[in-house]
Design a binder for this molecule. Structure first.
Ligand code: ADP
Ligand code: ADP
Ligand code: ZN
Length: 861
């Protein structure tokens, strides 16, 4: 019994009072057509309840919010563990987030630089302060437990050596300690935000050189760093330095450059001590600001930048350097100030390490020239960094560099970074819930991903994955197949058990596709190449090697290749932006290329990508597609609305008048949980309906505007069957597999794939005359084989009408149906950016060195 998670009577969303017994400590895949209830089960039931229990276990202040968290609709769940969701949604919006900070590799590098770096005078290139650590006190060395964590805390007051054992004991026992100095009492508390716990200890390095010059803020800074690095045993190391050496040489003798004081903040672009004063750590400036900067002679930075004000600056929402943004002239895009960049370790500044490839960082760090006592300091951070580098490689992310801005990552990349983070510091006894981790991965890299999931499982965790990928389903320990249809037609468990048994299960679509009894057909005829081609020459953005690419018009084209090979750079950042500039005077600059020929053969270009439809819950499928405008019109024309004098805007939750003013039409209120993600609770005034009582009185066929927003597309189609304009728009939603979507679902809760299909539906409901170029980024995201079949029919229809469709795609079942394939590679990053093969799918199979060809072979034997 206690080997399973027992779910009884789950009714969240469309779930039909289902019962399940999921084996613990196994890899479990939940699959089924889109809208069948996979997420309702995995995220809204299992994860939601696991998270509630996790919060329950936390401090009283967190528990205070618990009663406000909506409990999932389920009778009982037994055998559940605390849960962690690793999602694709919610890219970090902080423009100072990078791959380095997300993975925490940058934090560990900061420690290495603080303790082992050497300052070089920027003008004279002379080493100024050799930061030598001479000796460790024996007594304390013996106290060093095996495998303990090394965390650095620079105390603001000198700690007397004879007090150390006592202090250590108290930190271990109580989680905090007090020291008295000069008549003042200082409290040392390891983790300022987290509940005190005997299991949450930190290690201390007492460093005399730092000690003399520390300021109060340093302590907090180191503590913050410590808290990021997690659990461990308390260890105190005392390091002695030669103060004379320090005071004599900390200025450059020839030019007077003063060496900075070493502290982790010096290497942080998220902190005033380390960041470039011109761009404040962003790495870029807007052209106007840049011009202004040039007029005024640049002023040396004064000490106290007001950090609070700085953080208040609105974050830039764009995913790229915007119009007018240029690399910052102050730091040449490195985000760090001169002092920070003057410190080198093994020949490189921290900003230079951040630009290395992952294998190069490994070489650099393995070859650090260190004395035995420095080795001791380096050991822990180095181990942490190496762990994290391997995790990134395992997840097919070795083409990323640490300085890559987080807001330029795709959802799949961000999710795999989160996953890498989990496996580098593995927990156990946790329920992990993941959403389609194979997104954006070439089939070549799926195998390693599955191994990573197994590793997570083998550390004693239950891993639940919502997934459509054939290999992942087949290798899982246990499969749950949801269905049979979407929305009200779904919500049932069609099958649960080992994947082999699912293959012989003939009443499940998944089973039929897995066994090959059903399959996506290869078209008998491919489109001829008779309409000319868009020709892009000399594309050299990011890693592209000056390639020339033909996109045959009137065809379905797939751009393929391992992740990081350059697909998005080619299609999104070069081709699309060049066309958008021409057709729409878009300001986003394309990546460099020489020429784009034959653009007069198309009339417009439409990008259907996976970026969020909107950044706020005010944006919904209904507002985005415009169908809400028509529905509001309809409401305003009812006799009751006329009598009350309500115009269409009365039925908007974005305008004052009809909406609930308590939540300003959002339907819920946000609660800041500090160290946990924000929590949303239903507005208690309007009960989540977003509208005020007078507005809700107006009804069509007995339904208020709020009830309409709460309907799925399919339900709304029935309600509006006599209103052709509305019905037609909703019909296209149904065609792209979104019949289950609720009209008023906040855009922030849609997955990338759903957002993309809302865009596709919106485009399809417009009249087109052919000659349009559609660009889609991995449109199979979130789709079951059966949904893909339908999607391909829609895309074929567009091509039949004379349009051109370009897909970035990994799914072999889609690539095999393309008229033309452009395969990039051979690898990701610098070793990619070449064209490996082009032609019909059959021809790609023949091309010897195409990774993609390898995976297509089975369809063409
Ligand atoms: P899947 O993950 O299989 O694609 P979901 O679990 O997301 O399916 O959706 C199953 C059903 O639940 C759909 O009918 C969908 O409209 C409904 N649903 C999803 N999210 C919500 C929500 N937040 N509120 C109400 N219904 C929802
Ligand atoms: P794919 O789409 O095939 O996964 P990308 O075009 O995203 O590949 O990436 C190709 C190369 O360009 C990679 O080395 C990647 O790290 C780099 N790259 C992509 N986008 C950016 C960006 N915004 N800034 C810097 N480098 C980038
Ligand atoms: Zn409200």
């Amino acid at each position: 019994m206690d080997q399973s998670i027992i779910i009884s009577g789950a009714r969240q969303h469309n779930l039909k009072n289902i019962h399940l017994a999921l084996p613990r400590n196994k890899l479990i895949v939940i699959t089924g057509v889109s809208g069948s209830g996979k997420s309702s089960l995995a995220f809204n039931t299992l994860f939601a309840e696991g998270q509630r229990r996790y919060i329950e276990a936390l401090s009283t202040s967190a528990r205070h919010f618990l009663h406000q968290l909506d409990a999932p609709e389920v009778d009982e769940i037994r055998g559940l563990s605390p849960a962690i969701a690793i999602e694709q949604k919610g890219l970090p919006r902080n423009p100072r987030s990078t791959v380095g900070t997300l993975t925490e590799i940058h934090d560990h590098l900061r420690l290495l630089y603080t303790h082992l770096g050497t300052v070089f005078c920027p003008q004279c290139n002379l080493p100024i302060r050799a930061y030598t650590i001479l000796q460790m006190s024996h007594e304390i060395q013996q106290d060093w437990p095996e495998g303990s964590r090394l965390l650095i805390m620079a105390p603001l007051v000198p700690i007397d050596e004879k007090n150390l054992p006592n202090l250590l004991k108290r930190l271990r026992k109580d989680g905090f300690a007090r020291i008295r100095s000069n008549g003042r009492i200082y409290e040392l508390e390891p983790l300022p935000h987290l509940p005190r716990s005997p299991s949450y200890d930190i290690d201390i390095v007492v460093d005399r050189l730092i000690l003399k010059h520390t300021q109060e803020s340093r302590l907090l800074d180191s503590l913050e760093l410590a808290s990021k690095m997690g659990h461990g045993t308390v260890t105190v190391v005392r390091i002695e330095g030669d103060e004379k050496v320090f005071s004599e040489s900390h200025q450059c003798l020839s030019c007077g450059f003063t060496a900075p004081e070493m502290s982790p903040s010096l290497f942080s672009f998220q902190h005033p001590l380390g960041s470039c004063p011109v761009c404040k750590g962003l790495g870029y400036v807007t052209e106007r600001a840049h011009a202004g900067q040039a007029e005024k002679p640049s002023r040396p930075r004064t000490e106290g930048i007001d950090w609070d004000c700085w953080m208040e600056e609105p974050f830039n929402d764009s995913d790229e350097m915007e119009e007018g943004q240029v690399p910052c002239p102050g730091c040449r895009g490195t985000r760090l100030n001169d002092a920070s960049r003057s410190v080198r370790l093994n020949g490189l500044g921290i900003h230079e390490v951040s630009r290395l490839s992952i294998p190069a960082i490994r070489q650099w760090i393995l070859k650090l020239p260190l004395s035995p006592s420095q080795e001791l300091i380096a050991e822990r951070p180095r181990r942490e960094i190496l762990f994290r580098l391997s995790s990134l490689e395992e997840l097919g992310l070795s083409y990323l560099t640490l300085d890559r801005p987080a807001n330029t990552l795709s959802g799949g990349e961000a999710q795999r970074i989160r996953l890498a983070h989990q496996i580098s510091a593995p927990l156990s006894g946790v329920l992990y819930v993941l959403d389609e981790p194979s997104i954006g991965l070439h089939p070549r890299d799926h195998e390693r991903l599955i191994q990573v999931l197994f590793r997570l499982r083998d550390s004693g965790n239950t891993v639940v994955v919502v997934e459509h990928d054939r290999e992942t389903i087949l290798q899982a320990d246990y499969v749950v197949d949801m269905g049979p249809g979407a929305g009200v037609q779904g919500g049932e468990v069609l099958f649960e058990g080992p994947p082999e048994a699912l293959k012989s299960h003939t009443s499940s679509l998944t089973g039929l596709y897995l066994s090959g009894k059903k399959s996506i057909p290869i078209p008998n005829r491919r489109k001829p190449f008779q309409n000319g081609a868009l020709t892009l020459t000399g594309a050299r953005g990011h890693n592209l090697k000056g390639i020339t690419v033909q996109f045959p018009l009137g065809c379905l084209i797939c751009v393929t290749g391992v992740s990081g090979s350059g697909k998005s750079t080619l299609v999104m950042h070069t081709l699309y932006r060049a066309l958008a500039q021409k057709f729409y005077r878009s300001k986003a600059k394309p990546e460099p290329f020489s020429e784009l020929q034959n653009t007069e053969s198309i009339e417009k270009v439409i990008l259907i990508d996976q970026s969020p439809l909107g950044r706020t819950p005010r944006s919904t499928p209904a507002t985005y597609s415009g169908v809400f405008d028509q529905i509001r019109q309809l409401f305003s024309r009812t006799p009751d609305a006329r009598a009350a004098g309500f115009s269409p805007s009365r039925f908007s939750f974005n305008a004052k008048g009809g909406r609930c003013e308590s939540c300003r039409g959002e339907g819920f209120q946000r609660i800041d949980m500090y160290f946990l993600p924000d929590i949303y609770v239903t507005c208690s005034v309007c009960n989540g309906s977003r509208f005020n009582a007078e507005t809700l009185k107006i009804q069509i066929k007995g339904k208020s505007i709020a009830e309409v927003l709460d309907m799925s597309v399919m339900e709304a189609m029935a309600l509006f069957e006599n209103f052709p304009a509305i019905h037609h728009k909703l019909q296209t939603f149904l065609e792209v597999g979104l019949g289950y979507l609720r009209l008023g679902q906040p855009a922030t809760t849609l997955s990338g794939g759903e957002a993309q299909r809302v865009r596709l539906a919106t485009e399809l409901s417009r009249k087109t005359g052919g000659k349009t170029l559609y660009i889609l980024d991995e449109p199979t995201t979130g789709l079951h084989f059966e949904d893909i079949l339908r999607l391909l029919q829609i895309l074929q229809r567009l091509v039949d009408r004379g349009n051109t469709v370009i897909l970035i795609e990994h799914h072999p079942d889609v690539i095999k149906t393309a008229d033309y394939v452009i395969d990039l590679g051979p690898e990701g990053g610098e070793e990619g950016g070449y064209i490996v093969a082009t032609g019909r799918p059959e021809e790609i199979v023949e091309a010897g060195d195409s990774q993609t060809g390898l995976y297509l072979r089975r369809f063409f034997v």
